[in-house]
Design a protein around this ligand. Structure first.
Ligand SMILES: NC(=O)c1ccc[n+]([C@@H]2O[C@H](COP(=O)([O-])OP(=O)(O)OC[C@H]3O[C@@H](n4cnc5c(N)ncnc54)[C@H](O)[C@@H]3O)[C@@H](O)[C@H]2O)c1
Length: 389
């Protein structure tokens, strides 16, 4: 399948790399991105206007462009893999649904976690039914404070009005998993609280500069969010940039928003949020999003009528009330999404190409409706978070 890459940042590059591993299945018809050196066009609109012979498009643009790009690609008759979130509001999701119906093409949601080794194995363990009926799920998404500062204070999702909120951007993945674990039970009730606790102007240390590299040494040494440490001394966040060399990172810290003090007060995304849900059949679920956390990763704990299961990083532990204990180790998993989402990135590409080839209009509508359940929960939760007494 010949496919356009619209937006070639971190996600776009990941999908583009599939052309190297499966050249028999996937060919890049062109790349649109104003910042990518390998791009054929600067803007996604130009790519869709060009004669490329493309049959599909991967939309890995900033959230705010998702709907417009999806509508244009569908109108051109392309199958699309659309990064999450599928829309920045419920109304945008409904507009996407209308465009999909009219075009009769596939909209594959970018839910890579569905295809990751940990969650695929967890599905198999849950299907055995050893813990009986699931009555309660506790799911924690810990971002790690450096990554949270990168994305939700300095980066793309610093301001809710510029795209989507932290919960919608990060956790539509998680609501998708939760909706699948709960199925066929549907959510009946949701409430949510969240707040910005730390990255606020009033917390700016005395004598601190606006750019970390200009900050006095003693202030920098006591700041866990120091950009010089996060991007130059440490290497964990470098994968966000096309050029990860020391010189490039120095330029990032000197010249871009990623070198700015986290306490400038331009951001308004939450640091932490909790969502409480009730599903049909007496199932309760709590999702916790933690930006101010030491570690990065997802942990899920299931309580059932006959036992418990915990899925974390690279292992799944099952214990029943009758004394059975089983630990499934999946060595080599990162648990934090850094290494191809532990098989999810390749898995979703396989699935996208297969459904584009074999799917009917009925399949395409079902695939999108399935993906919307996560967005319905996320947007309702956000509505409740903002509804203060
Ligand atoms: N599925 C997942 O696990 C996952 C993970 C991270 C991000 N995402 C989503 O993927 C999308 C991309 O995120 P990212 O982390 O790759 O961000 P990114 O900033 O690295 O990439 C976005 C790219 O779009 C380009 N761009 C901006 N305007 C453009 C235009 N008019 N035309 C063409 N290209 C344009 C930018 O230059 C940038 O390279 C976001 O919607 C994000 O929410 C999904």
């Amino acid at each position: 399948m010949r496919v356009l890459i619209l937006g070639c940042g971190i996600r776009g590059r990941v999908y583009a790399s599939y052309a190297r591993t499966r050249p028999d299945l996937f060919e890049i018809a062109g790349i649109a991105d104003p910042a990518a050196p390998e791009a054929d066009w600067k803007d996604w609109r130009e790519a869709l206007e060009a004669e490329t012979g493309a049959e599909g498009a991967i939309i890995a643009l900033p959230d705010a462009y998702h709907l417009a790009a999806a509508q244009a690609a569908l109108a051109k008759g392309l199958h699309i893999l659309l990064e999450k979130p599928l829309g920045c509001s419920w109304d945008e999701c409904l507009q996407l649904k209308a465009a999909q119906r009219q075009a009769g093409r596939l909209v594959m949601p970018g839910f890579v976690l569905r295809y990751s080794k940990l969650y695929k194995t967890l599905d198999e363990v849950l299907a055995e039914g050893k813990i009986g009926e699931i009555t309660d799920i506790r799911h924690t998404v810990a971002l790690g404070c450096g990554k949270a500062a990168h994305a939700f204070c300095r980066g793309n999702w610093a301001r809710e009005e510029d795209g989507s909120t932290a919960l919608v951007q990060k956790c539509t993945h998680d609501f998708d998993l939760i909706a699948r674990w709960a199925a066929p039970r549907r959510m009946l009730y949701v409430s949510s609280s969240g707040a910005l606790a730390e990255w606020k102007r009033e917390n700016k240390p005395a004598n601190s500069a606006n750019r970390c590299i200009d900050c006095p040494d003693d202030v920098r040494q006591s700041c866990p969010f120091d950009a010089v440490r996060l991007y130059i001394k440490e290497k964990d966040l470098r994968y966000h940039f096309p050029d990860c060399s020391d010189e490039a990172m120095l330029k990032v810290v000197r010249e871009t928003q990623y070198g700015e003090c986290v306490y400038l007060g331009r951001n308004n995304s939450v640091n932490h949020q909790r969502v409480l849900m009730e599903f049909e059949g007496a199932l309760t679920v709590t999702l916790e999003l933690q930006g101010l956390s030491l570690h990065r990763g997802r942990t899920t704990h299931f309580y059932g009528t006959r036992g418990e299961i915990e899925a974390k990083d690279d292992s799944i532990t099952l214990e029943t009330f009758m004394g059975e204990r089983e630990v499934i180790s999946l060595p080599g998993l990162s648990g934090n999404g850094c290494t191809g989402h532990d098989g999810g990135d390749a898995g979703i590409m396989d699935e996208f190409l297969e459904w584009a080839r074999k799917g009917s209009q009925e399949d395409f509508e079902r695939i999108l409706a399935d993906a919307f359940e996560s967005h319905r929960i996320a947007f309702l939760a956000e509505e409740r978070r903002r509804c203060h007494v």
